[in-house]
Design a protein around this ligand. Structure first.
Ligand code: TRH
Length: 394
C-alpha cells in the first residue's frame, strides 16, 4: 500500500493557506502516488478555489485527494505515515496523542511560510523533539535557494504555460470567457490582486499616461471593491483624449468574479504585468515569467518590509542598477500605505515609479523569464519534501 499522508491546514485569513496546502496535497498524490487526506477547518475557502466543491459537505474526493473538514473535537480513525501541518497550525491534540502510540512513529513536518530572508537556510529541515511525547517534528521551509525546500511547481506547469502563451487562439478564448471580448491588439493587460491600502487608484490614474489602451483586470477582492467604489460597477473605462497625439487613451477596468485556482494561472499567463500578494499568487506570478509587483502581507510590526527587501535583493540580482532601482522603487511605493505625492526628499510615489517601471518593460520581461528559469532548475517543493521524508526513514 502506498504511504498515507495527512495534511492539516487551519485558515488564518484570506486564501493562501488553503491555496498552498491544496497544491501540495494534489501534487504529493498525483506525482508521488501517496494516499493523501487534506484536513481543512474552513471548506468555504476551498470552494472558492475549486467551485465544484460543496462546502456544506464534510468529505470530498478532488483530483484523487480526500478533502475532509477538520472539526474539533477530532475523531481519530487512522494516523498517517507522514503528517504535515501547514504554517504551524498544529494537528488536533487527539491526533498527536495517537501519533505517539503509533509504530512506526509518523514523520511529522511543519511546512513554514515562504521568505527570502537569509535565516531561512539555517532553519530549514531542523528537528524539534516534542517536549512531552516521543515525537520529533521537522521544520520545512520553502525558499528561493538550494539550501531551502524550494517552491511548489507541479510537473506540467511550465509546459502548459508555454503552450498557452504561444497560442493566441487560446488566449483570445480565455479573454472572451472572462470579459466577453478580446483585448485590443496592443493593449497593456494588468492583473490586480492586492490587500487593502494598495495605491490602486494612483495606478489607474498613472495608466492613463500609457501610450495605448490599458486593461486593468481585478478579480473579486480588495482591489476590485476599491475600484468599484471609485468607478462604476463591473466594467468601466477611464477615457482621456490625448490632445498631443489626438488619440483617445483608454483604461478599461474589469471586475471579474474570483477565478477558480487553475484559471487564475491563465490570467497571470495572459497578462503583461501582474500585481500579486501574500504567498501563493506571489509564487505563481514568478512561474508566469512576466514582470510583477508584490503586495506583501502586512504585519503590525512592519516585518513585512524586511521580507520585501530580502526578496528584492535576490530578485534584482543580475539586473543593471537602473532596472533594479525601477523594480525596487515601484515595489516600495506599492507597499506604502496610501500614496502621498512625494514632497521634496521623500521617496517617489506610484505616479513616478510606474512610468519608470513601464519604461523598462522589455528588460523586466526578459528578467522575469531568466528568474523563472533559474528557479525551475531546482527541485520543486513537493519532490523535495517527499525526498526529505524518505530520508527520515533511514
Ligand atoms: O489570499 P492571500 O492573501 O493569502 C495569504 C497568504 O497566504 C499569506 O502568506 C498568509 O500569511 C495570509 O494569507 C494569511 O494570498 P495568496 O497567498 O496569494 O493566496 C491567494 C490564493 O487565491 C492563491 O492560491 C491564488 C488564489 N486565487 C484564485 O484561485 N483565484 C483568484 O481569482 C485569485 C485572485 C486568487
Amino acid at each position: 500500500m502506498s504511504e498515507r499522508w495527512d495534511i492539516f491546514c487551519r485558515v488564518v485569513d484570506n486564501f493562501g493557506d488553503v491555496g498552498v496546502s491544496w497544491r501540495l496535497a494534489r501534487q504529493v498524490s498525483r506525482e508521488h502516488g501517496k494516499r493523501v487526506r487534506l484536513w481543512l477547518d474552513d471548506l468555504t475557502v476551498f470552494a472558492k478555489l475549486r467551485p465544484e466543491v460543496d462546502p456544506a459537505c464534510d468529505a470530498h474526493t478532488v483530483d484523487g485527494v480526500e478533502v475532509r473538514r477538520l472539526r474539533e473535537p477530532f475523531t481519530v480513525d487512522e494516523v498517517a505515515d507522514v503528517v504535515v501541518e501547514t504554517f504551524g497550525c498544529d494537528p488536533p491534540e487527539a491526533y498527536v496523542e495517537r501519533m505517539a502510540e503509533r509504530e512506526p512513529r509518523p514523520r511529522w513536518i511543519n511546512l513554514e511560510y515562504l521568505s527570502a530572508e537569509d535565516w531561512v537556510e539555517g532553519s530549514h529541515a531542523l528537528p524539534s523533539p516534542n517536549p512531552r511525547l516521543p515525537l520529533v517534528k521537522h521544520y520545512f521551509f520553502p525558499g528561493f535557494t538550494a539550501k531551502t525546500g524550494g517552491l511548489l511547481r507541479e510537473e506540467s506547469l511550465l509546459r502548459r504555460r508555454d503552450e498557452f502563451q504561444s497560442d493566441p487562439g487560446a488566449q483570445a478564448a480565455f479573454w472572451k470567457s472572462l470579459t466577453g471580448k478580446a483585448p485590443p491588439e496592443n493593449a497593456l493587460k494588468i492583473s490586480l490582486f492586492t490587500y487593502a491600502g494598495a495605491p490602486v487608484e494612483s495606478l489607474a490614474r498613472s495608466c492613463r499616461q500609457y501610450p495605448g489602451p490599458v486593461w486593468l483586470i481585478a478579480p473579486e477582492g480588495t482591489a476590485a471593491a476599491y475600484l468599484r467604489s471609485r468607478l462604476t460597477p463591473a466594467h468601466d473605462t477611464i477615457r482621456r483624449n490625448d490632445h498631443s497625439s489626438g488619440r483617445r487613451r483608454e483604461v478599461e477596468v474589469f471586475n471579474t468574479p474570483f477565478l477558480p485556482q487553475t484559471r487564475y494561472d491563465l490570467l497571470l499567463w495572459a497578462c503583461d504585468v501582474n500585481f500579486v500578494r501574500g504567498e501563493d499568487s506571489f509564487v505563481r506570478a514568478q512561474w508566469a515569467a512576466r514582470p510583477f509587483v508584490w503586495h506583501v502581507y502586512p504585519t503590525a510590526d512592519n516585518a513585512h518590509y524586511v521580507k520585501l527587501a530580502a526578496f528584492l535583493a535576490r530578485y534584482t540580482e543580475g539586473l543593471d542598477r537602473a532596472h533594479a532601482a525601477a523594480v525596487s522603487g515601484m515595489w516600495e511605493a506599492w507597499n506604502r500605505r496610501d500614496d502621498p505625492p512625494a514632497p521634496e526628499g521623500m521617496r517617489p510615489g506610484i505616479a513616478d515609479c510606474w512610468p519608470a517601471f513601464m519604461a523598462r518593460r522589455e528588460a523586466l520581461a526578459a528578467h522575469a523569464r531568466y528568474w523563472c528559469d533559474r528557479l525551475a532548475a531546482r527541485p520543486d517543493l513537493a519532490a523535495a519534501l517527499v525526498d526529505f521524508t524518505n530520508k527520515l526513514l533511514k
